[in-house]
Design a protein around this ligand. Structure first.
Ligand code: SAH
Ligand code: SF4
Ligand code: F3S
Length: 496
């Protein structure tokens, strides 16, 4: 038929506009990306369409995110492909295809996956046509793959973080195979652009600016499962932001494990501060956030750009991990307690209304109550607006896993509770500073418990609930902050 499209002749940027039902899938697949993946999307689409016809109903797919913002952004890419292939998205796991995008940063993330796989097995017994796929960081660990092959043989597809761009091709292989399809890469230097994405929120979006991590903090598994640091080209990032703005997105979050080292490995190096300046110029974007900043790489340029910016949010997530220089050294964080304090002070001085939030680990090997007291001292001095406190989790293969002095559980609990109390006290006093003021809130959703309320965020990331109509979702409205409830406010819409 003459209307059939050969994807080999379509430019990468044009692929999203191609009608996949018109793609010629009788020819061989293109051997370059992303054209090759669109070819497999067209192939899978035929399979999904014929199965749906046989059943007399749409096929449903459910994707579940277990990890961080980067993991969530990857899930949006998976959903984009599933939609192109012809699946209807649902939240329930009683679906025709379920995909778990896993996390392995702490052991409890892994345990959640294993627990839910038990439930999925029951569902699959009821619906033998159901397909189950696993991907994400946990799949990059050999011991996990061995365990799944031994004890979870009902899984249909397993892939990792480096080849997620191949999802369409892997789906096709899965449809054609009777056995578990497993494809895990050790690392990659490839970044495939222009694949479809299905966003969770119409008005805000994450954007990957870099992948991987080179820091090798001694407790952390991320560098092993996400590979070496690679920055996306600024042109690709800025083009993506422009497309999002044209599509109604008002808030973007630039994502990377260490955004402060963005651009160092590009052919034409560019700093994170300059990337932010460029992003600021894009019309339609009202708010810019980013995650995560490593304290060792935070430049004066970045502080200056944040200070002058109208769009960059008044929030900096600056993981401390520990306030003890001795522990920081063992963690390979490459800053001291004093350096962190000086940096926080400089930021607060330059941008007084900024919220500083952090991550802290309790129970790192060799940590004593004196070390915890050092951490508590930093919390008191910096006055964090919020802090996520984690109990150290031993990750196989990391240097910390074989360090002497693993801390017994009772001692960890004691230190954790002591720290948590200080963290909550300082957060409460910081958050309440804005009581009575009227501030812009980006409205995100209906309140889950109280349907008459809407929920949104201040520029400084504090949550605000206030009465209002759902038509405000996605808009920035002025809200008077009436009551501070620790970590959030109750407010009412107001004129400035
Ligand atoms: N790249 C980010 C962190 C990503 S992981 C950064 O450097 O800040 C998010 C948080 O998980 C970390 O900040 C750390 O506090 C915590 N974390 C990482 N590995 C951990 C482990 N083995 N046990 C407990 N918490 C851990
Ligand atoms: Fe892990 Fe450290 Fe890299 Fe963050 S910077 S991802 S904590 S190794
Ligand atoms: Fe987890 Fe991977 Fe993110 S291990 S925290 S999902 S980078």
């Amino acid at each position: 038929m003459d209307c059939y499209i050969d994807l080999k002749n379509v430019e990468a940027e044009e692929l999203k506009n191609v009608d996949l039902d018109k793609v010629d899938v009788t020819c061989s697949p293109p051997d370059f990306e992303p054209q090759r993946q669109y070819y497999f999307m067209a192939k899978c689409r035929q399979i999904v369409q014929s199965e749906s016809k046989r059943l007399g109903r749409p096929l449903y797919a459910c994707s579940v995110t277990f990890g961080c913002q980067m993991n969530a952004r990857d899930s949006e890419k998976l959903s984009g492909i599933l939609e192109c292939v012809g699946y209807s998205a649902i939240d329930s796991e009683e679906a025709d295809l379920v995909i778990y995008n896993t996390c392995t940063v702490r052991d409890n993330a892994n345990q959640r996956v294993y627990g839910r796989l038990g439930v999925l097995h029951g569902l699959k017994k009821k619906n033998p046509h159901m397909k189950i796929a696993l991907c994400g960081c946990m799949m990059q660990e050999e011991s996990v793959i061995e365990k799944i092959q031994k004890s979870y043989r009902f899984i249909d597809l397993i892939f990792g973080t480096h080849n997620i761009f191949k999802f369409a091709e892997l789906l096709y292989t899965m449809f054609a195979s009777e056995r578990t399809v497993i494809d895990i890469w050790k690392d990659t230097n490839q970044i495939v652009e222009n694949l479809p994405v299905e966003r969770k929120y119409p008005f805000k979006s994450g954007i990957n600016i870099m992948f991987g991590c080179n820091n090798f903090c001694s407790y952390c598994i991320v560098p092993y499962v996400r590979g070496r640091e690679r920055s996306r080209n600024p042109e690709d990032i800025l083009r993506e932001i422009k497309t999002l703005a044209a599509d109604g997105v008002v808030e973007i979050m630039l994502l990377g494990q260490n955004v402060n080292s963005y651009g160092k490995n590009l052919a034409k190096p560019m700093s994170f501060a300059s990337l932010l300046k460029e992003a600021e110029k894009i019309e339609g974007i009202e708010r810019i956030r980013f995650m995560t900043s490593h304290p060792k790489d935070l430049s004066d340029d970045l502080i200056a750009v944040m200070k002058e910016s109208r769009k960059i949010c008044r929030h900096l997530h600056l993981p401390l991990q520990s306030g003890s220089t001795r522990i920081l050294q063992a963690m390979n964080r490459r800053y001291t307690k004093e350096q962190y304090l000086a940096l926080a002070e400089k930021i607060r001085k330059e941008i007084p209304d900024i919220a500083i939030t952090t991550d802290i680990i309790v129970g790192f090997p060799g940590e004593t109550m004196e070390d915890i007291d050092e951490t508590i001292d930093v919390v008191k001095q910096v006055q964090f607006d919020n802090a996520f406190t984690f109990i150290y989790s031993k990750r196989t293969g990391t240097p910390a896993a074989s360090m002497p002095g693993q801390v017994p559980e009772e001692i960890v609990k004691e230190g954790f509770n002591k720290l948590l109390k200080t963290v909550q006290d300082t957060a409460r006093s910081r958050v309440s500073l804005w009581n009575g003021q009227t501030m812009p809130v980006l409205v995100e959703e209906r309140n889950l418990q109280e349907k008459s309320l809407l929920t949104g965020r201040l520029s400084n990331n504090t949550i605000v609930h206030f009465p209002g109509d759902a038509s405000l979702i996605g808009q920035i409205v002025n809200v008077r902050l009436k009551e501070c409830h620790g970590f959030y406010y109750i407010g009412e819409t107001a004129e400035l």
